[in-house]
Design a protein around this ligand. Structure first.
Ligand code: 13P
Length: 242
């Protein structure tokens, strides 16, 4: 198996044209020799802008959500075709912030995933348990249910991201043991067989090497540290093979 990793920056609701553009320019410059898969996911408003800055580079663009319909009367929504038209290759779906603040069900996430694949995007499908679910010993059951209900057929092209909700934006990264156990568990499920599994939740330049060394961790989904150029670039620099 190759050592290549998948490093995804989720910019969330951050960055205007200028700061997003500066960030993308720095990433382009520093990561130009990287053999790893590097993806940045800006907000919808600057996907095109960032795609132009990263044109003909080894860095890909993702979006942070999409609708499951191709077009129509869905005010405020964005279709997979619109994202592709703007330069995106990936789309994050089912992020816990969408599940929590927009009441997105796993069923909806699955519909979006199918539409994304049909529209030639690679979905990065997020799952993860809450603190209460972990403390009551239900982490694996919750994650398995989310996966079974959210994922498309295994034969299609998608990426899984395990992000324990309690580790997102809290500085509380899951322990290596917990990450290992959950990633091994996810990898053992037939619906996930052979799919890359990213870890996300308080990843930064000080803990990325240790997390990436864990079995069945194929890459990282990074929030806060992905919009701080020095931190994101250090994470990329620290990768095996650069
Ligand atoms: P943080 O890296 O800020 O904890 O966010 C993780 C995340 O939600 C990435 O999708």
């Amino acid at each position: 198996m190759s050592n290549n990793k998948i490093i995804v920056g989720n910019w969330k609701m951050n960055c205007l044209k200028k700061d997003g553009g500066n960030l993308a320019t720095q990433i382009r410059q520093s990561a130009k020799n990287s053999a790893n898969v590097i993806v940045v996911c800006p907000p919808f408003t600057i996907v095109s802008e960032i795609a132009t800055i990263l044109a003909d580079s080894n860095i890909d663009i993702g979006a942070q959500d999409c609708h499951y319909e191709e077009k129509g009367a869905f005010t405020g929504n964005i279709s997979p075709a619109m994202l592709v038209d703007s330069g995106a290759k990936y789309v994050i779906l089912g992020h816990s912030e969408r599940r929590a603040y927009h009441a997105e069900s796993s069923d909806l996430v699955r519909k979006k995933s199918l539409a994304a694949i049909k529209g030639n995007l690679i979905p990065i499908i997020c799952v993860g348990e809450s603190l209460a679910e972990r403390e009551s010993g239900q982490a694996k059951q919750v994650v398995e249910k989310q996966l079974v209900e959210s994922l498309p057929e295994n034969s299609s092209n998608f990426i899984i991201a395990y992000e324990p909700v309690w580790a997102i934006g809290t500085g509380k990264v899951a322990s290596s043991g917990d990450i290992l156990e959950m990633h091994n568990f996810i990898a053992s499920l037939p619906i996930c067989a052979g799919k890359p599994i990213l870890y996300g939740g308080s990843v930064n330049d000080a803990n990325s090497v240790e997390i990436l060394a864990i079995n069945n961790v194929s890459g990282l989904l990074i929030g806060g540290a992905s919009i701080v150029a020095e931190k994101f670039l250090k994470i990329i620099d620290n990768l095996v093979g650069g």
